[in-house]
Design a protein around this ligand. Structure first.
Ligand SMILES: Nc1nc2c(ncn2[C@@H]2O[C@H](COP(=O)(O)OP(=O)(O)OP(=O)(O)O)[C@@H](O)[C@H]2O)c(=O)[nH]1
Ligand SMILES: *[C@@H]1O[C@H](CO)[C@@H](O)[C@H](O)[C@H]1NC(C)=O
Ligand SMILES: *[C@@H]1O[C@H](CO)[C@@H](O)[C@H](O)[C@H]1NC(C)=O
Ligand SMILES: [Mg+2]
Length: 515
């Protein structure tokens, strides 16, 4: 049966049920009854009739009100209001003017990319299609079904975010920025499926930007998303893993060379984490998937050494800030109570992370982020140093800097002596213990949606000598929100060998061969 037939059938049976299908089969089947988010009911005759009556009554009331006001008070008498419209000519600001400071060395062609070529994809119901604005009729229909964008009233007090989100049926927007991420895509999707927070309460929003030529992030993302929404993605991965294993037994790939130098316990843990059984709703489709493609002119390479040079941090981080803000602004809806930011390059993470971060009832909450290392480099390392507690030394240091300078945490150039969340970790510590933070890192941030509604954002400019996620934490704190981290709750970032590490591994391989 084609999608059109299915949609038609769903619409037909809906008239009987007085319910409209949303993106999930579960909604259609009527298994999930969501108290807070009921998709707009369309086209039912009674609804139409009621709406029409409502509009007539409303028009009449407005008319009476206007008559009342003009007669008795006359404050709305337009002839008495004398507004002088100043004559001025609009000056059009080029993007280059706004971002003069950071982009001095970047070519105008790159900057002019900013407002071109935004693409928006919707994965259709059951994932059997990808819709773009070109398929206008169905695109419009499914988009309005998804966004429910015509006049609706929401009491935002119902969407403040509850520490018991699952019980309260809180909707959450999961945002994932992506660049040259083709290789980590299966990893990322496995983590999404592993989330135990009810999938039907999760809207996924991806932003793909500035990928290199020959990279297929967008294409892969579309294909996997279709399977995800059809409930068939884990079968696809099982198939892929089987084929990979068959070919690997013949020749060990150079990419995996480092694995035999990693700690066997960690490798065993990774193997266990990706093997079934998974949680019961692993294959359940999400409420929706939206994919945005928009370039922001990121020119700094995405290689490990490229993106970690201290000089490029300020520019890179500000561009990421713009990308994050753009994504939240385009994806957030009134019914979202939470926004969860997640990087694609995470290797191990408890499936219950959303519930666990929520439970603390902070406005922003982050876990600890470490990464594994080869055993010859001590096996593991605190990784995300962007989550920290402000220090007197750093405040003094900030006073010596230019207003526009960005302090990058974890570099010798900036001795801040801050307490880093990463270093507070004790492997045996209580995963529920919380510390208050000032700056936060971006690998995994849970924030209440009301923060974004109140104007907290990821500064794409220097805010208190910080940018992006660290400035996000600082700004939230300054606006009176609570920012915290869990020092003993650990998420493991993937290990990407640096050029130096690869040299060491190559040397060891050569030695081993000589023996
Ligand atoms: N849309 C977009 N996504 C990006 C860009 N740069 C990185 N990303 C994505 O953002 C996430 C984090 O990127 P990383 O390169 O690991 O950057 P990071 O986490 O700040 O830094 P690391 O400490 O190097 O891991 C990943 O999901 C990337 O695919 C960008 O310019 N645009
Ligand atoms: C969706 O899943 C069904 C099985 O559940 C399968 O028959 C169908 O081909 C899948 N559709 C797509 C687009 O992969
Ligand atoms: C999936 O979630 C389970 C349960 O929290 C966890 O043990 C496992 O490590 C997770 N998988 C990955 C790949 O992180
Ligand atoms: Mg990373």
């Amino acid at each position: 049966m084609g999608i059109l037939d299915r949609v038609n059938r769903a619409i037909g049976s809906k008239n009987k049920r007085n319910e409209f299908p949303t993106t999930n089969k579960e909604y259609t089947n009527g298994k999930i009854k969501d108290k807070k988010y009921l998709p707009k009911k369309k086209g039912s005759r009674t609804t139409k009739l009621l709406t029409t009556i409502g509009i007539i009554v409303a028009c009449f009331c407005v008319f009476r009100l206007v008559v009342f006001l003009t007669q008795d008070n006359a404050i709305f008498d337009h002839s008495k209001i004398n507004i002088k419209v100043p004559s001025y000519t609009t000056k059009s600001l080029e993007d280059a003017e706004y971002y003069d400071y950071d982009f001095e060395d970047i070519k105008p062609e790159i900057i002019s990319k900013f407002d071109q070529g935004v693409q928006h994809y919707l994965i259709s119901e059951f994932g059997d299609d990808v819709l773009t604005p070109k398929d206008n009729e169905r695109y419009e229909r499914e988009l309005s079904m998804l966004l429910d964008s015509t006049v609706e009233s929401y009491d935002l007090a119902d969407f403040r975010g509850s520490p018991k989100g699952t019980e309260h049926r809180d909707h959450i927007l999961v945002c994932i920025p992506l660049r040259d991420a083709e290789d980590v895509m299966p990893l990322m999707f496995k983590h999404l499926m592993n989330l135990t927070y009810p999938h039907e309460l999760i809207d996924l929003a991806f932003l793909v930007s500035d990928c290199s030529e020959g990279d297929h992030t967008l294409h892969a993302l579309l294909e996997y998303s279709k399977q995800l929404q059809n409930g068939t993605l884990s079968q696809v991965f099982a198939e892929m893993d089987y084929v990979k294993k068959q070919s690997k037994s013949k020749s060990a790939s150079a990419d995996d060379m480092h694995i035999k130098y990693m700690s066997p316990e960690y490798i065993a843990e990774v193997e266990r984490a990706f093997k079934p059984p998974f949680h019961a709703n692993y294959d359940k489709p999400f409420r929706s998937v939206q994919i945005f493609q928009k370039d922001f002119g990121q020119v700094i390479g995405q290689g490990f050494s490229d993106r970690h040079a201290v000089k490029v941090q300020g520019i890179r981080r500000k561009l990421m800030g713009r990308a994050r803000n753009w994504l939240t602004a385009n994806a957030i809806k009134p019914y979202h109570s939470w926004v969860y930011w997640r990087d694609a390059d995470v290797e191990l993470c408890p499936g219950s992370i959303i519930e666990d971060l929520m439970a603390k009832d902070y406005d922003i909450m982050v876990p600890n982020v470490w990464r594994p290392l080869p055993e010859f480099l001590d096996s593991e390392q605190p990784y995300d140093l962007n989550s920290w507690i402000e220090s007197q030394e750093a405040i003094k240091l900030a006073h010596t800097l230019d207003e526009d300078d960005v302090i990058v945490e974890g570099y010798a150039e900036y001795p801040t002596w801050r307490v880093h969340l990463a270093y507070l970790r004790n492997a045996e510590g209580d995963p529920k213990e919380v510390v208050d933070l000032d700056g936060v890192g971006g690998v995994s941030i849970l924030a209440k949606a009301k923060l974004f509604r109140s104007g907290v954002q990821f500064p794409a400019f220097t805010f208190e000598n910080h940018a992006e996620t660290e400035a996000f934490g600082k700004m939230a704190k300054k606006m009176g929100f609570r920012v915290g981290g869990l020092p003993h709750y650990t998420v493991w970032h993937i290990y990407e060998p640096s050029d130096d590490d690869l040299k060491q591994i190559a040397t060891k391989e050569r030695e081993a061969r000589r023996e």
